[in-house]
Design a protein around this ligand. Structure first.
Ligand code: ACO
Length: 308
């Protein structure tokens, strides 16, 4: 059976940096509160979901030495589409000149890992190259007068190009889950603003990251001690610390980028993955664990052996 390997990756973030001090100037909050409670120092704000996705997709294709014409399917993970219809992937398809099909996936902050697993399935079904992008503009659905949400979110996009290979490929195992009875904890109605019950999300988040990561590793016949790099969804540094401690993964094997980008929902894992690759933290043969959670609630983990 054909497997898939990542041959290119890229990111796009808005130029505009909004620091905790900038928010403190207009909201009843402080750099100290935000940094201590969330780990966030600054975030990027601006652009549309399609513009950011095109930027990240273009960078991933360039790194792989490919063009849109080489792509069989584009899968765009987003929970902040630019319009209800058509899917934002339609704009991205045109912008990148993707030859094949294009569709959106919405699994909130778990979206990128869901899309990555779907993309591996497409390769198994015969696709040669699948471009997977996580792109978000949470700023568009944020009430900037609500300090409980405004300090958390950021905009950005990250992308990977998956290519079919004759060998077994990088994906060793995955776990996807959902519990719709918790959908009231994080939501945004048509035309409304993002709402979340932070405390409850926090509690469930740590549990589902740990359980889902353990399930995916067990399916691959591996343990947390085998993990070279843990790349969790970046929603709150305290969630990341609590989950890695419970998993027994030391800090130096965990990627944290929330200080620079805030919570970028489905863009957070590909942004962190790209950061790890750019800083040489992922070498051929490394075991990489991705784990996301988000509205729904949904959760998703993937175990990858880098190099393929
Ligand atoms: N600045 C200053 N004070 C604040 C702020 C702020 N920005 N926000 C809340 N507070 C106050 C509260 O009013 C409260 O005051 P009180 O004690 O007088 O009532 C106090 O700080 C404590 O508030 P809590 O909500 O208890 O703070 P907590 O430690 O739970 O942290 C947070 C809140 C950061 C939201 C945390 O619960 C969290 O990160 N939850 C998970 C978020 C998450 O993972 N979301 C999922 C994805 S989000 C998405 O997809 C877009």
């Amino acid at each position: 059976m054909p497997g898939a390997v990542v041959t290119g990756w890229g990111i796009a973030v808005p130029d505009k940096v909004v620091t905790n001090e900038d928010l403190s100037a207009r909201l009843d909050t402080s750099d100290q509160w935000i940094a201590e409670r969330t780990g966030i120092r600054e975030r990027r704000i601006g652009g549309t979901t399609a513009e950011l996705a095109i930027g990240a997709g273009r960078a991933a294709l360039a790194r792989a030495g490919r063009t849109g014409d080489d792509v069989d399917v584009l899968v765009l993970a987003t929970s902040t589409p630019d319009a209800l219809v058509p899917g934002t992937s339609a704009t991205v398809q045109e912008g990148l000149g993707v030859r094949g099909g294009a569709f959106d996936v919405n699994a909130a902050c778990s979206g990128f890992v869901y899309a990555l697993v779907v993309a591996h399935g497409l390769v198994l079904a015969g696709a040669k190259r699948v471009l997977v992008i996580g792109s978000e503009t949470l700023s568009q659905i944020t009430d900037w007068d609500d300090r409980s949400i405004a300090v958390l979110v950021g905009d950005g996009a990250g992308a990977v190009l998956l290519e079919a290979t004759d060998g077994p490929g990088q994906l060793l195992a995955w776990d996807l889950g959902a519990d719709g009875s918790l959908r009231h904890l994080l939501k945004c109605d048509h035309g409304g603003y993002l709402y979340m019950n932070g405390k409850e999300i926090f509690r469930h988040a740590v549990r589902v990251i740990v359980e889902s990561s353990q399930k995916a590793l067990a399916k691959a016949g591996l343990q947390t001690s085998d993990v070279d790099l843990f790349i969790p969804h970046q929603a709150n540094a305290r969630i990341i610390t609590a989950a890695s401690q419970r998993l027994g993964i030391p800090d130096d094997r965990c990627v944290v980028t929330i200080d620079r980008y805030g919570n970028t929902s489905s863009a957070s894992i590909p942004l962190a993955l790209a950061d790890a690759l750019e800083t040489d933290r992922i070498r051929p043969g490394a075991l990489v664990l991705l784990s996301g959670f988000g509205g729904g609630m949904t959760w998703a983990s993937a175990v990858l052996r880098w190099g393929g």
